[in-house]
Design a protein around this ligand. Structure first.
Ligand code: TYM
Length: 324
């Protein structure tokens, strides 16, 4: 199976990215799969419009992927912009894309509803995402719940293209793990760079602990039973604790006689245990920027040759180039 996924370098990586997507990248990185993982730097331009910022987020995400365990010997790891053909495919797909399909996309609708004046890139974004996926004949795309609609658009566009020009594009399937599909942020909303409610993957342990201890909880007294299913601390705890420990916390919540502070402390401890090795590898990679750059260049070459093969077929099928 060909697996593909990407992350925008539009801010610091957080545990929502890790549990919602990156952990699945690692699981799928096995003998049976050919994994393509990339940094979606063209996508990030819809929100990051300072060159130095885009560069530094790109570097950070590159180190981040490697620090959590993406192995360049097992996966093709690259920058989106090292395969410029993806923009060509996006244009071709946009010519079979009904306007209504994009108008219904939530990322665009939300911005409009909030009174922002979205740029055309944001409107067009799902088409570029479809190109990212289709250009590598991807079968499965591990993502969090917020990307599900974009995967539906991708499937629609592949089918529309194939109906118009012949069976060339592979129709992919999303790969979403229900338990981690939406990781809550510190304020209970979805964890997101834009809500400023994240636990970053590579911030110092002390900062992670401080943020966790400040999570707002309800005012149920220590003695009273508590509802684990309506508690951000419990939701996060269940991501980092073993199944057995999660079950024990669930029972303690229901029994009462436990303060939120205790659960927060354990959450901070387990989160830092998970993140410590990532932080160490990240720091090492900060001192080895040439190594990271070499990996990206090499990955870019491999990805590009796959993309070029598909594009030849697409160009011929659409009449852009003559049939040989
Ligand atoms: P991005 O950069 O917003 O997020 C990267 C991945 O992290 C997941 N994620 C979450 N999962 C669960 N809970 C959360 N709170 C949470 N926050 C983020 C996202 O679902 C995503 O899987 N459009 C994509 C990038 C992209 C892409 C692609 C993905 C561009 N081209 C092709 C797959 C295939 C995005 O903005 O993800």
């Amino acid at each position: 199976m060909r697996v593909l996924s990407g992350i925008q370098p539009s801010g610091k990586l957080h545990i929502g990215n890790y549990f919602g997507a990156m952990r699945q990248y690692l699981k799928l990185q096995s003998e049976e799969n050919e994994c393509f993982y990339f940094i979606a730097n063209y996508h990030a331009m819809t929100s990051v419009q300072a060159a130095d910022e885009l560069q530094s987020y790109t570097d950070e995400v590159a180190r981040g992927y490697l620090a959590v365990g993406i192995n360049p010997d097992k996966s093709v790891f690259f920058r989106q912009s090292d395969v410029p053909e993806v923009c060509e495919l996006a244009w071709i797909l946009s010519c079979v894309t009904p306007m209504g399909l994009l108008e219904r996309c939530v990322s665009y609708k939300e911005k409009v509803e909030h009174g922002l004046r979205p740029n055309h890139g944001l409107f067009f974004y799902p088409v570029l995402q479809a190109a990212d996926i289709l250009i590598y004949n991807s079968h499965i795309v591990p993502v969090g719940q917020d990307q599900k609609q974009h995967l539906e658009v991708t499937r629609d566009l592949a089918i529309k293209f194939n109906n118009t020009y012949g069976e060339i594009l592979t129709v992919p399937d999303p790969y979403i793990i229900t338990a981690t599909a939406v990781v809550p942020g510190l304020d209970g909303r979805k964890m997101s760079k834009s809500y400023n409610n994240t636990l970053e993957l590579f911030e110092p342990a002390g900062r992670t602990k401080k943020k966790i201890m400040r999570i707002v909880t309800d005012s149920t007294p220590v003695e009273a039973p508590k509802d684990p299913d309506n508690c951000t601390v419990f939701a996060l705890l269940s991501l980092v604790a073993s199944q057995q420990e999660t079950q024990e916390w669930r029972e303690r919540y229901r029994r009462g006689g436990m303060g939120y502070g205790e659960a927060k402390k354990r959450l901070a401890e387990l989160t830092n245990e998970l993140l410590d090795p990532f932080r160490r590898r990240y720091d090492e990679l900060c001192r080895n920027s040439d190594y990271v750059e070499d990996i990206l260049r090499e990955g870019g070459k491999k990805a590009r040759s796959v993309a070029q093969e598909l594009m030849e077929k697409v160009r011929t099928a659409t009449g852009i180039t003559k049939q040989k």
